[in-house]
Ligand binder design. Sequence first.
Ligand code: NAP
Length: 439
Amino acid sequence: MTPLRVGLLGLGVVGGGTWSILERNREEIARRAGRDIVVTRAAVRAQDLERVRQKTAGRVQLCTDPMEVVQAEDVDVVAELMGGKEPARTLVLRALELGKPVVTANKALLAVHGNEIFEVARRNEVMVGFEAAVAGGIPIIKVLREGLTANRIQWLAGIINGTSNFILTQMRDQGMGFSEALSQAQALGYAEADPTFDVEGVDAAHKLSLLAAMAFGIPVQFERAHVEGISSLTAEDICYAEEFGYRIKLLGIAKRTLRGIELRVHPTLISERCLIAKVDGVMNAVLVKGDAVGATLYYGAGAGAEPTGSAVVADLVDIARMGQVAPGHRVPYLAFQPDQVRDEVVLPVAEIETAYYLRLRATDRPGVLADITRILALQKISIEAMLQKEPRAGEARVDVIMLTHVTREQAIDTAINQIEALDSIAAPVVRLRLESLSS
Ligand code: NAP
């Protein structure tokens, strides 16, 4: 059988990993795919040409114009591994219009332009593979597209950004503040010079919007996700959470409720007894709860050259295998048949229901706690646990930490406003969400 000829757009971290895997495991991959998979062309930026030529031992035709690769006759499949929204979107759409399948690791592109890209792919009857776009080497897309198709997915929760997980791990293990932990992540190459997307939850929300689409059969709706990052978390709150037996993780949560779908990324307290609470450093994990299977957990490297390349190559193997399969019989891009994707309500964050961790800085005098609990009771918020710390030497104020039972966010917001108006409360109330993730 003729080889599947791949054109790489980008030969950086992921492109390089993809190339290395295809070279090293060529024979084994061909035994699985039923044909050879070879990289015939690659586009890089001008300053890379010589280094890349050495890396690919002169066996790949290099150029600096990615459109040239997309349109080349000796390219059957395009692997978009450049990143960014443009020119990636234009290149991907052009490949699809030419009837060429596309593999991409670009979550930012799919989160924003995914619906358009999948529609153009459907019209042209070609595949789009994006296993590498979510949780790097963990085959979570295949899990949702194929492995769990018997289930009505009830919720999923994931640690899907390795940089922020590394920072949180350092803050907990080393007692570092956020800035120090971020500097360390940058020094180790785990964080970009501009870390905003990672630490503010945007990258996780890109991935979450793809996972939610596949879990619930809804369009990709990044713009409706509620996004909060970890940059304002303090080591203090991480310590207090520990005292109650909780860890704080940046979780992406997609949950089906009777009133609509919750789609949110934020720092979350989870019991230290949950397996996912033990996922540390740059590792990723996704917990999926299906009505038939129960809770299932997927763990692995969420980034890096070969883990991500592993996912890219798996998509290439799928494309090589399905060459002859009629479009109607292929696995749908977003797990549900395109005409079965439904626009369900995504709840505004005020409407979500969860438990909360509250930290208040209060004057240490009688009656203060009674005022606070009265406000909470008026909003029908019940307290699960409470801890009052001793005042620090020379200070008249104390930290009071409370864990609530599940309530609606609107009620907590109202209560916090009223608590902050008390003259015994010295600083804004710290509010974090707490999830039981019970199966
Ligand atoms: P990278 O190391 O910066 O590589 C990007 C490559 O694309 C480089 O070769 C770059 O050339 C080339 N490129 C960018 N714009 C180009 C243009 N206009 N024309 C020609 N070549 C161009 O990035 P990466 O880390 O491999 O990430 C690639 C994609 O994978 C991104 O969408 C990212 O979000 C995703 N991803 C990455 C990881 C990871 O672990 N790194 C994990 C999962 C997903 P220059 O080097 O000259 O800029």
